[in-house]
Ligand binder design. Sequence first.
Ligand code: SF4
Ligand code: SF4
Length: 351
Amino acid sequence: MSIKKLNKDVFKSFVDSMIASDQSVVGVKEKVQAKGNKFAFGPLENADQLRLDYDVTLIPPKKYMLPQTETLLTYEVKGESKQHVDEQKLILVGVHPYDMIAINQMDELFSQDEYDTHYMTRRNNITVIACDVVNASENIFASSMETAVVEKGFDILLTDLGKGKEYVAEAITEKGEALLATAVDATDADDKDIAKRSAIQEANKKDLDKHTLNCKPSELSSLLEQAYEHPVWEEKAKTCFSCGSCNTTCPTCYCFDVQDLVNWNLKDGQRERSWDGCLLKDFANVAGDHNFRKQKESRFRHRLYRKGKYVPTKIGGQVACVGCGRCVGACVPDIANPVAVYNRLLEDIKP
Ligand code: SF4
Ligand code: SF4
């Protein structure tokens, strides 16, 4: 597969030609907000809107594979039901390595056991253009979680060699190769360009670390095996609002709720699924109003166990925290940072 070099103008024409094609194109844009501007994925109308120098997006790109709310099927109460599967083609531009790794994890989870047709159809119709980080966000700790660079899952990987003046673009799939071929006037990257890219990636492996985990991610599972009754769960959960922001902003949280909604005519309706979050009070509420995680501390503990122990046992040891830092910024009482909790446990327990 090819590795190309695109100067600023060639890159701009490449993005504009994607936008002019019959596929929808979504990328990272600046979002004007009351408390300082932030970044978010949204539909691109022209190349100038694309901001590959972003630090982190408010919501991760998982929303394009697993929307906040979707209709799974519509039905008639006394008749047929019809499955709804979204087959729209999409190009997703500017996915950071840690978010790409989170998508790779969801791909594994949604294709094992019960294959999820809705998620997987969307995923297979998305062409992903990933990009290396050029500006670290204030809470990133991807270096600690070994997610600062990514090697698979994307179709094209872009690396900015210097303030948006030049990019190296590597296609690793046939879809990516075909798309990159539309970058008219791109030249082959030479050894010097590839060496520059390696230097950027090696630096990111060390420097994207605003919070440092005091053990290897692979040691978290054995740490947690000994931590179920530790006082940290109660200490931290005391100030938890059960707002669920740490779940909804997380690229690796994929829990959902499914509801059958009957229309006012009582003749038909739809089955919808929406994001759910294990920190929400009703998450573990079941029929008969039994809640098997009624206490805040048990919900708080569950989230950290899920990231460090439960999900890794399902996907070959991969930790379900990729160090994006979104939960750290989203949590008003400042208790959601997984590194702070795991490091607190490490003070008392040897993994
Ligand atoms: S737990 Fe927090 S830092 Fe880790 S992936 Fe989720 S949002 Fe990002
Ligand atoms: S964001 Fe903070 S306050 Fe809200 S549920 Fe998560 S830990 Fe609790």
